[in-house]
Design a binder for this molecule. Sequence first.
Ligand SMILES: N[C@@H](CCC(=O)N[C@@H](CS)C(=O)NCC(=O)O)C(=O)O
Length: 214
Amino acid sequence: MIELWNYYRSGTSHRVRIALNLKGLDWQYRSLNLLASDHKQPAYLDINPQGLAPALVVDGEVFTQSPAILEYLEEAYPTPPLLPTDTAQRAKVRAMAMIIGCDIHPLNNLRVITQLKALTQTQEPPVDWIGRWISEGFAAIEALLARDPSRAIGCCFGDQPGLVECYLVPQVYAARRFGIELSSFPAICAIDAYCATLPAFQAAHPDLQPDTPQ
Ligand SMILES: N[C@@H](CCC(=O)N[C@@H](CS)C(=O)NCC(=O)O)C(=O)O
């Protein structure tokens, strides 16, 4: 049995939902309300001592950290692949994904934003801060995409969505949620629009999860 402890609006959770769906796996939704601090309760800390979403439980074995979970899924369920076969291409695909995983998302995480609001004594989300990191990272991804004439329009690499899309689509969702301007990133928007037509991405969308507020 595959269970995913996650939250509808969490980008790291969204990544793993996409990957599980792309792999065609049967999995169970386990809900964590981050705003109600479910992730800091002893029951969840027994699963993930770091107290962060998501955690994947496969036949009782726990996996944490979404990049490691995605790599685990790729190795345990290789078909269909999320990564190209060529070693150099794999490194490039991973690098594009890590622009989001290492250099955008961690700066805009719930606990970082909460701390920033406390330090600056504001109630509103720091949209300039959030947009700064998204825009900088998306500009780099847009430039890398422009260098690859062989990729299909709507895909980051090759002609199928894979690892980068698992990171990119949730990050575009977050950017739109905070009203970040995306018109300078037409390739990214085209990839997001194409992915939105695919069932694996549709089923993973934050609007359609069991814990999505109605
Ligand atoms: N590097 C971790 C980050 C996990 C993470 O920060 N998850 C967020 C949700 S997107 C979370 O649980 N935030 C709760 C908090 O900041 O208190 C991963 O990729 O799994």
